[in-house]
Design a protein around this ligand. Structure first.
Ligand SMILES: Nc1nc2c(c(=O)[nH]1)N[C@H]1C(S)=C(S)[C@@H](COP(=O)(O)OP(=O)(O)OC[C@H]3O[C@@H](n4cnc5c(=O)[nH]c(N)nc54)[C@H](O)[C@@H]3O)O[C@H]1N2
Ligand SMILES: Nc1nc2c(c(=O)[nH]1)N[C@H]1C(S)=C(S)[C@@H](COP(=O)(O)OP(=O)(O)OC[C@H]3O[C@@H](n4cnc5c(=O)[nH]c(N)nc54)[C@H](O)[C@@H]3O)O[C@H]1N2
Ligand SMILES: [Mo]
Length: 707
């Protein structure tokens, strides 16, 4: 017997994570038999995270959708018939055309976000066909909108240092961010720095995995970080620890900011944050006098009603201490601003009708149930997303998805919580079955993903489905017919024209080298190192007219989120719902090996809060608020402080006994900036399931934000 040779094909991890790992797929006889990390990649460094290591379990999962399906029973009843692609495409095109004729193209809403982050299978697919149709636009603000807008206004661009350069920091503050779970390939660099003497401080209400290995953990009350940062600045200015020379040259509005910070005395900030005055003073002094100091945050800290102003306050801290533009110091949020794909090449919008209206994705449930009325949404097309599981205020979304007059198409690899409510379900390829180009948001590399195996069953990639739908609708534009490689070539060429970081980057080089660093960015390189900021003034804008236009104060300020200000019941706890260690949002949350590791969906609760409610460790609890309720398993732990409970995102509702997940509780209220989601600004009550229906008396007053 002869064995066929194993071939090795370069790829990129497509999931929503700053690491964007470089991978290898080992293929024998057309079957993927190995999935590995690239040893040579400076960030991936030869290892994959716990989530992605068993990736072939996802690719060859027995539940992979293999062919198009049409609903035969009532919506959500799970009864389907197999149909062919031609029939599916013709039915979608006919229904959409009818809707366009009666209600106009604005009645069609595409919904997509982060299933894959690839240029073609995500960015371009989300734009071209829907631009051509003139469909409703989607405001993609579920994740990072407030921080992105705050950074654009203050610094001008989302630029960050190289992960490797954390070794030059003497102090790292990780603020409302859990990289041990959410940015794992940053951790070895942080550890190395720590061993060489860098101090690491974590600021998070929860004792996270990241916090366990830090030198210090500070646990402010949720959503009070803006006040903490302003309080630190109060001390820094009062003690003359600010860098006046740097501010004079590089910043706009620093004197106004100094004036503003006088409102945030250590005493007042201690009252707001729950941290002791001495702790706040010591933190301010340490941050201002230990240089370089790196402030690393991600998205958790901005997912509150006051997220935009909170991020402005964090950025201001780095500016007033002159840390920006210094090797080892500054702000590490995201590297995504280095290469911004040329939007005309991506979407060809100038050749299309104008976008008739934009629906905020966080308001999907509201939009489907009446908020979008002129015209009402009649068709929803979901790909790269699982809103029934991942978008806030799920019960509204389910209510909307059940509308008899709404035509829902879902394109996914699996029968997800959202696909459950579809009229037509289309099977999608996995990353191993498609071609794409990726750029990391935590590093400085482009990654090319080659197709490694043939599509499973009749699965098709996002771009292939878009092309087929364009054809079924009769559009003849060449940019709706290109191959994936042609799309990459076009967007790369257009972007390279105005971005020197892509100098010398070609499709051919990407295909042969797989990983290509941005030109001229290498270890030791410092963002904003030349002191020039791509803002209107060319300076760091601490006071900002753009923010006034966006409805905020000119200066950073602290206001409690509306959800907390409207608190009516002292029995309520603040629910934080961040990333699960073993899933990426709801993706991968159907892999048995990962579900075993993550365990049954849980709620972490402080021992005193548990005792006050008769909640036992491991026992079932009903967690509720006026948006809904969900049953979870209690984990009684002092990893969470009094007044705070934690339940991560990710678990699928359809796998839970009550058919729900944590997003039945989360708010679809928008934050102060960018139409941002507010996943962490939630008040809930918690009861053991036995007494869930009983009315409970008033409890001891728990520590709450805003107190
Ligand atoms: N394993 C894993 N990795 C992921 C993801 C995943 O689902 N799983 N998701 C990916 C995506 S989509 C994103 S956007 C990123 C998110 O990356 P992160 O922002 O690192 O993740 P989160 O867990 O959402 O939030 C981080 C921390 O914010 C804390 N937090 C909440 N409210 C506050 C507050 O008011 N103040 C402070 N100081 N801290 C607060 C939470 O306790 C949490 O520990 O991760 C990406 N990586
Ligand atoms: N409670 C709570 N909820 C949250 C958050 C939170 O912190 N707390 N975080 C929010 C954040 S930051 C984010 S970014 C969102 C993410 O929300 P979504 O973008 O909706 O992400 P997922 O839930 O992972 O769903 C992605 C879907 O895309 C599918 N998919 C993957 N690859 C492909 C492909 O190539 N083609 C097609 N057609 N489908 C594909 C996957 O199988 C999966 O079902 O979740 C948000 N939800
Ligand atoms: Mo996200």
């Amino acid at each position: 017997m002869t064995t066929s040779p194993t071939i090795h094909i370069r790829g990129a991890c497509p999931h929503d994570c700053p690491d964007t790992c470089a991978t290898w797929v080992d293929v024998r006889d057309g079957v993927a038999v190995g999935f590995r990390a690239d040893d040579a990649h400076p960030i991936t460094q030869g290892w994959l995270c716990a989530k992605v290591r068993p990736y072939l379990d996802r690719v060859y999962h027995p539940d992979r959708l293999q062919h198009p399906l049409r609903r035969v029973g009532p919506k959500g009843a799970g009864r389907w018939e197999r149909i062919g692609w031609d029939e599916a495409l013709a039915e979608i095109a006919t229904r959409w055309q009818q809707i366009i004729d009666t209600d106009g193209p604005a009645a069609i809403l595409p919904y997509s976000y982060s299933g894959t982050l690839g240029l073609v299978q995500n960015v371009v697919t989300a734009a071209r066909l829907f631009n051509r149709i003139g469909a409703s636009g989607l405001e993609r603000s579920i994740c990072d909108a407030a921080a992105s807008a705050a950074i654009a206004a203050t610094l001008g661009a989302k630029w960050a240092p190289l992960a490797q350069d954390v070794e030059h920091a003497n102090l790292v503050i990780i603020w409302g961010h859990n990289p041990a779970s959410t940015n794992p390939h940053f951790m070895p660099f942080l550890r190395r720095a720590q061993r060489a003497g860098t101090k690491v401080i974590v600021i998070d209400p929860r004792r996270t995995t990241t916090a366990r290995s830090a030198d210090l953990l500070l646990q402010p009350k949720p959503a009070t970080d803006g006040a903490l940062a302003l309080g630190m600045m109060n001390i820094i200015f009062a003690e003359g620890l600010h860098d006046e020379a740097w501010l004079e040259t590089h910043a706009l509005g620093w004197r106004e900011l100094r004036e503003r910070t006088t409102e945030y005395s250590p005493e007042r900030v201690a009252g707001i944050t729950g941290l002791a005055e001495e702790v706040i003073v010591a933190l301010a002094r340490e941050y201002a006098t230990t240089k370089p100091a790196l402030l690393k945050f991600s998205d958790g800290v901005q997912r509150h009603g006051n997220g935009g102003q909170t991020v402005r306050a964090l950025l201001s801290l780095a500016a007033i201490t002159g840390n920006i533009g210094m090797l080892g110091g500054g702000i590490f949020y995201s590297t995504s601003g280095y290469v911004v794909w040329d939007s005309e090449a991506v979407g060809h919008a100038s050749e299309c009708p104008p976008v008739p209206r934009i629906i905020n994705m966080n308001r999907l449930g509201a939009a489907l149930t009446g908020e979008a009325s002129d015209p009402p949404i009649r068709a929803l097309y979901v790909f790269n997303g699982n809103p029934a599981a991942s978008t806030p205020n799920s019960s509204k979304i389910i209510e909307g998805l059940q509308r008899e007059d709404l035509f829902v198409v879902v394109h996914d690899l699996f029968m997800t919580d959202t696909a459950d409510y579809a009229d037509i379900v289309l099977p999608a390829t996995s990353q191993l079955e498609q071609v794409d180009l990726h750029k990391g948001y935590g590093h400085h590399f482009l990654q090319y993903n080659h197709q490694a195996i043939e599509p499973l069953g009749e699965a098709r990639s996002n771009w292939d489905v878009m092309r087929a739908l364009a054809e079924a609708l009769g559009y003849e534009d060449t940019w709706l017919r290109q191959s994936v490689e042609e799309v990459i070539d076009e967007v790369l060429f257009a972007t390279r024209e105005h971005n020197p970081l892509l100098t010398g980057v070609t499709l051919e080089r990407l295909q042969s080298e797989g990983t290509i660093p941005y030109a001229s960015i290498e270890p030791g390189w410092v963002p904003f190192g030349d002191g020039v900021f791509p803002t209107p003034s060319g300076k760091v804008e601490l006071a900002s007219d753009a923010m006034v236009m966006a409805g905020l104060d000119r200066l950073p300020e602290y206001l409690p989120p509306a959800e907390f200000a409207g608190r009516i019941d002292d029995d309520q706890l603040v629910l934080l719902s961040g990333a699960a260690h073993h899933y990426v949002s709801s993706s991968l949350a159907n892999l048995a090996v990962l579900m075993r590791k993550e365990g049954e969906p849980y709620l972490e609760i402080n021992p005193a809060d548990a005792a006050a409610r008769g909640v036992a460790d491991g026992g079932p609890v009903l967690v509720s608020n006026d948006r809904g309720s969900v049953r979870l398993r209690a984990i009684v732990t002092d990893d969470v402080p009094l007044g705070v409970v934690v339940s991560p995102k990710g678990p699928w509702a359809r796998n839970a006994a009550d058919g729900r997940n944590v997003n039945w509780l989360t708010s679809d209220a928008l934050a102060d900036l960018g139409g941002q989601s507010t996943f962490h600004s939630n008040l809930v009550t918690v009861h053991p399931v036995e007494t869930a229906e009983a009315t409970t008396g008033r409890r001891e007053l728990a520590a709450m934000p805003g107190d």
